[in-house]
Every structure is written in C-alpha cells, then in structure tokens.
Design a binder for this molecule. Structure first.
Ligand SMILES: Nc1ncnc2c1ncn2[C@@H]1O[C@H](COP(=O)(O)OP(=O)(O)OP(=O)(O)O)[C@@H](O)[C@H]1O
Ligand SMILES: [Mg+2]
Length: 237
C-alpha cells in the first residue's frame, strides 16, 4: 500500500541555514506517527517543510501519491494536510465559535460546517459550553482544545500536531493524548511532534527519533519505549 505521506531525502532549512539533512519518513493511512527528539533537532522545521513553508534544497515530498514539494501552502491545506502549530495560533479577540468558523476556510470544509461543528463539540463538550467566550480568556488547556478543534474544522485527512501539550498540566496532557487517539479512531491520520516522549510512544503506531536534522532511530512506538538508548537519552522510566 502506498503511504499517505512520504518524505524522501529531504534537505531543508531557512535561506542559507540548513536544518534537515536527508530526512526519510512516511506516514500511512490511519496511523499515529510520532516525531521526537531534542530541542533544535528540526522537528518543527520538518512539519513546516511538509507545508512548503521553508527553503527546500533537495528531496521529494509526496501526499497521497502526488508530489507536493512545489505546491503553495494554502493549496496543500486544500489537499488535506492541516497543522496545529506550536504556540496554538488561535485568534484571541474572536469568540470560540468565530475561531471555529475561521478554521473552516477551505472549500471542502465550507460544505461540511454543521457536521464539523457537531463533531468538534462532541469531542470537546467544554468548547460548546464556551461557544461565545472570547478565545483570549480561555485557560491554557481550553485554548489548546480550541486549536485542535479549529484545525479539525478544515476537515484534514492528515493532522499534524506540533507540541500540543506544551505548558499544560499533567491531567490535561493526558486529555490531549486521548483526543489524538480518538481522532485516529475516527479516521484522521496523525503526525505528532512531542516533548512528552513516553506518552507519545505509548499512543504512536510508529515513531521516528530526530537528532541534528536526521532520523537516527525508527520503529514501532511500543518497541522504542523499551529501547535502551532512547530510555537513557530521554529518561524514560
Ligand atoms: N525561521 C527560522 N529562521 C532561521 N532558523 C530557524 C528558524 N526556525 C528555526 N530555526 C533553527 O532551525 C533549527 C531547528 O529548529 P526547529 O524549530 O525545527 O527545532 P525543533 O526540533 O522543533 O526544536 P524544539 O523542540 O525546541 O521545538 C534550530 O537551530 C533553530 O534555531
Ligand atoms: Mg519545535
């Protein structure tokens, strides 16, 4: 079976500053794939490169069998890839409801707004209660849920998370991972970048470890959890 997303020998960075040095990865339909690694390894750059938001020097990225390396970002979103960015990126002055509508900007999403609202409100009942609240006044956990819900409104085939649990209390971190699993079970394919290595490997079907712009280890999530090298590097108990 062809992969949903495939990166082949991808070299990318920012202008003269090279960050990724020959990255090979794939995400298959229906999987949760985790990308973990130390600060500055190039994880966010990888997600941004998939969306054509960096300088790519070499290599190819295919989504559903199609080369997307030269397609502008908004067209890639139309094709079905959405990112929940690091730092959330919700519109603070707007209400919860307005933020959700703003997420449904693709043509594909416009036709399914009612259906999408029902889905995200069932996933996050708290957002339904707070529909008319100004987003800037939400708690950290609620804001993250809104960021995820807003991304879902675009009806992605592939949803990419960049550190969804950053700065959240442990209980909320678990809730975020629960949502990730629920999404996978509802048919959304997930690529997730996370600092919580243990939690991510527990939920991930497969995972990649990135160091200094290269993939240094890959395997099934549960198998990597037991990897001695990884245990030492990330203090997984
Ligand atoms: N817009 C940019 N312009 C220039 N260099 C950048 C830019 N964004 C990131 N970098 C550099 O690229 C390298 C990789 O950064 P990246 O954000 O991809 O790391 P990361 O693995 O996501 O790290 P973290 O876990 O801290 O989020 C870093 O050295 C960073 O300083
Ligand atoms: Mg990052």
């Amino acid at each position: 079976m062809a992969s949903m997303l495939e990166l082949k020998n991808v070299h990318a960075g920012y202008g003269e500053f090279r960050v990724l040095h020959g990255v090979n990865m794939r995400v298959d339909k229906g999987e949760i794939v985790a990308l973990v690694g130390p600060n500055g390894a190039g994880k966010t750059t990888t997600l941004r490169t998939i969306l054509n938001m960096t300088t790519r020097y070499e290599g190819e990225i295919k989504f559903q069998g199609r080369d997307i390396t030269r397609i502008p970002t908004h067209k890639i979103v139309e094709e079905g890839i959405t990112m929940v960015p690091e730092g959330r990126g919700i519109f603070n002055p707007l209400t919860v409801y307005e933020n959700l509508l703003a997420g449904a900007y693709t043509k594909r999403a416009q036709e399914k707004i009612e259906d999408s609202l029902e889905f995200v409100f069932s996933l996050f009942p708290r957002l339904k209660e707070r529909k008319n609240q100004i987003a800037g006044t939400l708690s950290g956990g609620e804001a993250q849920m809104l960021a995820i819900a807003r991304a879902l409104m675009a009806r992605p085939t592939l949803l990419m998370f960049d550190e969804p649990s950053l700065g959240l209390a442990p209980k909320i971190v678990l809730e975020v991972f629960d949502v990730v699993v629920k999404l996978r079970d509802s048919g959304v394919t997930v690529l997730i970048v996370e600092q919580h290595v243990k939690n991510s490997l527990e939920v991930a079907d497969r995972a990649y470890v990135m160091e200094m712009g290269q993939i240094v280890l890959e395997g099934e999530g549960k198998a990597l959890l037991k990897d001695e090298r990884l245990k030492k590097a990330y203090l997984i108990i």
